[in-house]
Design a protein around this ligand. Structure first.
Ligand SMILES: Cc1cc2nc3c(=O)[nH]c(=O)nc-3n(C[C@H](O)[C@H](O)[C@H](O)COP(=O)(O)OP(=O)(O)OC[C@H]3O[C@@H](n4cnc5c(N)ncnc54)[C@H](O)[C@@H]3O)c2cc1C
Length: 323
């Protein structure tokens, strides 16, 4: 790890100024993902701006109408345990509660979780100058690609890693970003970007912008859940995950939002699966139909065809658990 200066910010404006003062500076929230980057020389900043202690940005509150306002510095543990989140937006509590390990969840923030970089082993190793690091090859094609994407790949094939992001897209959340040009609010579903746009970026956070709030609209009688399949029960990222938010009236699905994780470079919404459910009761037949619809368009690489059947099994399980 190269030497860098550590500066502590006490407000969003101070964090922005401290970062702008030394070009190439990076922000640190919990530091879990950042530390990996520093150790592997994937970033070599002159200054690390520690935002973890900025006051007020770790709070979670619910408006009278049920809208959730979540500070980006709330830890994954805090979101997972929050009574309001668990009661109305279970998918988010479950997504945060299933990530990583208890120790990591006590330190990692929800903002850092959403903004963490992909886990692709070629990207993470200093010695591979892949597309994501300004090179011109994605080593996953023709390489070790069992953990890579089956949807939306090209020119790079690294999967999106964040549990929380998958739930936030399913819950139609918005991200409030504060930058040199002022604040703006972006739907989580529009925030993440495919590599076809720019393989070096996974989202549309602009230089100097800081995520300052996550807003989740009222659940409006929708039930939601998150589930994943992992090789290990803890200390691991999902092979496949999904989040579903479903509103049922008089026994029939009125509205469904279904999002897959770890199978595409962004949280992957599956509108065909959603349409397969609307107007139906959730039962084995409709869950199977939605699961079949979810894999339309999947294009597995040489070693990750297993993810196609995993998506179907997981989605059926998730939907039946909501029934
Ligand atoms: C063994 C292990 C297993 C894991 N398993 C999972 C898993 O199953 N699911 C999962 O989702 N994750 C998993 N993770 C990832 C972990 O949850 C994330 O690394 C962590 O949530 C990042 O949060 P942080 O606060 O530490 O972010 P940091 O490392 O501090 O920051 C991450 C990135 O976001 C930027 N950033 C942070 N906050 C802001 C902000 N407010 N505004 C602008 N930029 C910001 C930083 O500059 C940095 O680039 C795992 C990690 C490990 C080590």
């Amino acid at each position: 790890m190269n030497r860098f200066e550590l500066a502590r910010a006490h407000s969003v404006a101070e964090a922005r100024d401290l970062a702008a003062e030394k070009p190439g500076s990076v922000l640190k929230a919990g530091g879990i993902d950042l530390l990996d980057h520093l150790k592997e020389h994937l970033v070599e900043p002159p200054r690390v701006v520690d935002i973890k202690a900025m006051p007020g940005l770790d709070q979670i509150r619910a408006d009278a109408d049920g809208t959730l306002h979540i500070g980006p510095l709330a830890t994954l543990s805090k979101v997972a345990a929050d009574v309001a989140v668990r009661k109305t937006h279970a998918a988010l509590a479950e997504a945060c509660g299933e990530a990583a390990s208890p120790q990591i969840r006590n330190v990692a923030t929800i903002g850092g979780n959403v903004l963490q970089r992909p886990r692709c082993w070629y990207y993470r190793l200093e010695s591979y100058r892949c597309l994501k690091k300004g090179g011109d090859v994605c080593y996953a094609i023709g390489g070790e690609n069992r953990y890579h994407v089956i949807f939306g790949g090209g020119p790079s094939y690294a999967p999106h890693p964040s549990n929380a992001a998958v739930a936030l897209v399913a819950l139609d959340a918005s991200l409030v970003l504060d930058g040199p040009k002022g604040a703006r609010t972006v739907k989580a579903g529009d925030f993440f970007a495919l590599p076809s746009k720019d393989p070096q970026r996974e989202n549309q956070l602009a230089p100097g912008e800081i995520l300052v709030e996550i807003q989740v609209p009222p659940a409006s009688n929708a039930r939601s859940t998150f589930d994943s399949v992992r090789e290990r029960a803890a200390f691991d990222w999902p092979l496949v995950s999904n989040a579903a938010a479903i509103r049922v009236e008089a026994g029939l699905v009125k509205e469904a939002r279904i999002v897959l994780g770890a199978v595409a470079p962004i949280p992957w919404r599956v509108p065909r699966a959603e349409q397969a459910l609307v107007g139906k009761a959730i039962d084995d037949a409709s869950a199977q139909a939605a699961a079949r619809a979810a894999i339309v368009g999947a294009t597995p690489l040489s070693d990750n065809g297993y993810k196609v059947s995993l998506v179907q099994t997981l989605l059926r399980r998730t939907l039946l658990s909501l029934a």
